[in-house]
Design a protein around this ligand. Structure first.
Ligand code: PLP
Length: 375
């Protein structure tokens, strides 16, 4: 059959209809499944190992990404932890971006310190920095593009060719771009991971994480085993909700990207703004690479430096009416966040940096809100 468009797959892929000819897959809450008379098991045994709703959502996401395997977790952090547990080994080294998700950094600096795992943080926008950081025990290059919160862009093809040359594994945290803007496995990334809490869920009501790969080998087997044994699996209800959310994900995401482009352009010329970080702007340092490797848009996250100090930044945040001041991103509702306040010990964001997550509200209402808050 002809390969279906992502909009069609998002609605139909993976969904297994119930016995009553339901249009929507029922929720299978049962933690355990009856055995056959001879003691053998049927398709399902125990929900930590496998559940029909989890299989459905894994198949849907795999088809959207055009990947062979999708493995879901209870959160993005659980997926990152699974990758570290299965790809790293004691005394190894990895290269991470200096603008890396703070949870990823903290996981390395706490629990993986005990394995004597070391990491070098580099500015990955210059790919040659990677070669300089490679050590004899380097195993893995961790990529995040666009990065959080400064929306830096890493040239994926350049990193992949360096990784191949030095026989290193690559992981891309593709949470911000999603498979709509950037299909990283197709171009040679080994493992792509998502916090499905963000755009896939899209309604700020489900936590989740996903790892996808095209490599069906002992590593992907061990990630699957880690999912079942470490047990940070998503609940059946969360899988069911995620399946439902994914149906509208391409439409929501497109509307959010369109809104973000207009908002970034508006803020870019506003007198109260010192700087706008958005890869869709021609003024963005890495716009050329962003244009080369991203399709259909540049994402829905816009970071800004408000003129002045932390106080000015927080005043702007608190004056906003439609944008709610909360962490996280990717939902239908617009959010605003002062990053430095949430980055814990060793924050990396400037004190006047504000991150906006653009929702699907009507663009003129969002612009009006930003205008009045910047007055
Ligand atoms: C939110 C996020 C994570 C962590 O995901 P959780 O679902 O919160 O555990 C990892 N990477 C990025 C880029 C994120 O935005």
């Amino acid at each position: 059959m002809k390969r279906q468009h992502i909009h069609t797959l998002a609605v139909h892929a993976g969904v297994k209809k119930g016995n009553n000819k339901d249009i929507i897959q029922p929720i299978h809450l049962s933690t355990t499944f009856e055995r056959n008379e001879d003691g053998s098991t049927g398709e399902y045994i125990y929900t930590r190992a496998e559940n029909p709703n989890r299989i459905a959502v894994e198949q849907k996401i795999a088809s959207i990404e055009e990947a062979k395997t999708a493995i879901t977790f209870a959160s993005g952090m659980a997926a990152i932890n699974a990758l570290f547990n299965t790809l790293l080994e004691p005394n190894c080294h990895l290269i991470i971006p200096d603008d890396c998700y703070h949870g990823t950094r903290q996981l390395l600096n706490t629990f993986f310190k005990r394995w004597n795992v070391t990491s070098t943080m580099i500015d990955m926008t210059t790919a040659s920095n990677i070669e300089e950081a490679i050590q004899s025990n380097t195993k893995l290059i961790w990529i995040e593009t666009p990065s959080n919160p400064q929306l830096k862009i890493t040239d994926l093809e350049a990193v992949i060719s360096i990784a191949k040359k030095h026989n290193l594994l690559t992981v891309c945290d593709n949470t911000f771009a999603t498979p709509i803007l950037q299909k990283t496995i197709n171009i040679g990334i080994d493992y792509v991971m998502y916090s499905s809490t963000k755009f896939f869920s899209g309604h700020s009501d489900i936590l989740g994480g996903i790892i996808l790969t095209n490599k069906e080998n002992e590593i992907s087997e061990s990630i699957r085993t880690y999912q079942k044994m470490a047990g940070a699996v998503p609940a059946p209800f969360d899988c069911w909700l995620l399946n439902r959310s994914l149906a509208t994900f391409p439409l929501r995401f497109k509307a959010q990207c369109d809104n973000a482009m207009v908002i970034a352009s508006f803020l870019n010329t506003h007198a109260a703004i010192e700087k706008v970080f958005f890869p869709g702007l021609t003024s963005h340092e890495n716009h050329t690479i962003a244009k080369k490797q991203m399709q259909h848009g540049f994402g829905t996250i816009v970071s800004i430096l408000v003129k002045g100090n932390q106080e000015n930044a927080l005043r702007f945040t608190n004056k906003l009416q439609i944008f709610k001041h909360a962490t996280s991103l990717g939902g239908v509702e617009s959010l605003v966040e002062h990053r430095r306040s949430v980055e814990g010990t060793n924050p990396i964001s400037p004190e006047n940096l504000i991150r906006l997550s653009i929702g699907i509200e009507y663009i003129d209402d969002l612009l009006f809100d930003l205008k009045q808050a910047l007055e």
